[in-house]
Design a protein around this ligand. Structure first.
Ligand code: PLP
Length: 390
């Protein structure tokens, strides 16, 4: 990895300590250039003709995403964000009242709210597998729950927003195959930092966003849709003229690829921006990104753990680039102010973002640092020294 070139491409990283790639990362220069150029082209000839003339470039979004996920371009749908992709997948599951969704305690807040909304309106029942004492999901119990309740859907978040753990989505995928259950994975925080291989995971749907570890623009995301879903003709509840043809006054015909899950109207500048971000990541190589990140994040976690009154909150046998911690002798407001004054960019997770996890950990808030491959060991040491001095 050419860290000098990567940092040169990342103009926002020079004058600050940017540790918020799990929030919204710094897009590399080529992403911004592609989008700007495309918008200027729209300025010249209008959006419809611009998209027509740049169809090849737009198609690159599908081929680069397929390369990233180890699937075919026809398995990929563009979405406006991860929640949008997720909601479309969820709406395609043929639920009937009394059906179960099996999920984890660490699934994303908006996914949990969507399950509760399904519960409220359609009488869907929610099951959550327990965690082991080390934080990992209890896979034995997970399998038991599948056997006992035959859930219509298993839904698991690969990397939770509020802790550094990585859930074992591959083992869960094996259960779903064995017990023939639809399987939806939220890979919003894992794509771009960890290998995400849909063949290995064995999922039916996988949702993600563009702006986080993939370093794409805001307002972008995607949905992976498996061959099984396509063949079974599962479709989103609100399908539009992109996903289907209106063939008779009372009849429509769905399309056979994953674009069945798209809406007709896109901001193509963002599609092109996301395509470029994914191309950039593919060119560097996700394995290289992961190997670069590992020691940086390990150093950050170890150093934070060694500081008095800092409580690192991440649990689990496999950890990612999300580092959450709190400081027991300071109010959140003061902590945020100090970090901001030191030009550190970070996020805060509140109890209401992660109610189950934070109640178990007995915390109201956590600072979330999420370094990425444009960060350096030197930056980690600077951040740690600032926190040590508080
Ligand atoms: C694990 C996880 N899933 C889903 C989302 C939602 O992503 P978006 O805001 O792009 O819809 C987030 C956002 O933080 C997340 O962390």
């Amino acid at each position: 990895m050419d860290i000098k070139k990567i940092r040169k491409d990342t103009i926002g990283c020079e004058d600050k300590l940017f540790f918020n790639s799990a929030g919204s990362s710094l897009p590399p220069k080529p992403v911004v250039e592609k989008m700007t150029e495309y918008l200027q082209y729209e300025e010249q000839i209008g959006g419809y003709d611009a998209a027509k003339h740049r169809a090849g470039e737009i198609e690159r979004f599908y081929s680069e995403t397929a390369k990233l996920l180890n699937c075919k371009p026809y398995n990929v749908a563009f979405a406006y964000n991860a929640t949008d992709a997720y909601a479309r997948a969820l709406s395609a599951i043929p639920f009937e009242s009394g059906d179960y969704i099996l999920t984890s305690n660490d699934d994303y807040i908006s996914n949990q709210i969507a399950f509760l909304s399904l519960q409220k309106r359609f009488g869907i029942k929610i099951l959550r597998a327990d965690n082991l004492s080390n934080g990992d999901i209890d896979l034995m119990q997970f399998e038991e729950l599948i056997k006992r309740h035959s859930p219509k859907l298993v839904a698991v978040t690969h990397v939770p927003t509020n802790s550094g753990m990585v859930q074992d989505v591959e083992e869960i995928g094996r259960f779903c195959k064995e017990y023939n259950t639809w399987y939806l994975v939220d890979a919003c925080q894992s794509v771009g930092q960890l290998p995400v291989d849909v063949e290995k995971i064995g999922c039916d749907f996988l949702s993600a966003t563009g702006r986080k570890f993939l370093r794409g623009p805001r307002g972008t995301g995607f949905l992976y849709v498996s061959d099984a879903v396509l063949h079974e003709k599962l479709e989103a509840l609100f399908i539009d003229m992109r996903g289907a043809d209106w063939i008779n006054a009372d009849e429509y015909k769905i399309r056979m690829d994953a674009r069945r899950y798209e809406m007709w109207e896109f901001s193509y500048a963002t599609v092109i921006g996301l395509a470029e971000a994914i191309r950039y990541a593919n060119e560097i190589g996700i394995e290289n990104i992961q190997s670069y990140n590992e020691p940086i994040v390990k150093l950050l976690r170890e150093e934070l753990t060694s500081i008095k009154n800092i409580r690192v909150l991440d649990k689990g046998s496999s950890l990612s680039n999300i580092v959450t911690f709190n400081k027991t002798d300071i109010q959140l407001g003061e902590m945020k102010q100090i970090l901001s004054d030191e030009n550190i960019y970070f996020s805060v997770s509140l109890k209401e973002n992660a109610i189950i996890d934070f109640m178990k950990k007995d915390v109201d808030w956590a600072i979330r640092f999420s370094p990425h491959y444009f960060n350096t060991e030197d930056e980690v040491r600077k951040v740690v020294e600032i926190i040590r001095s508080i």
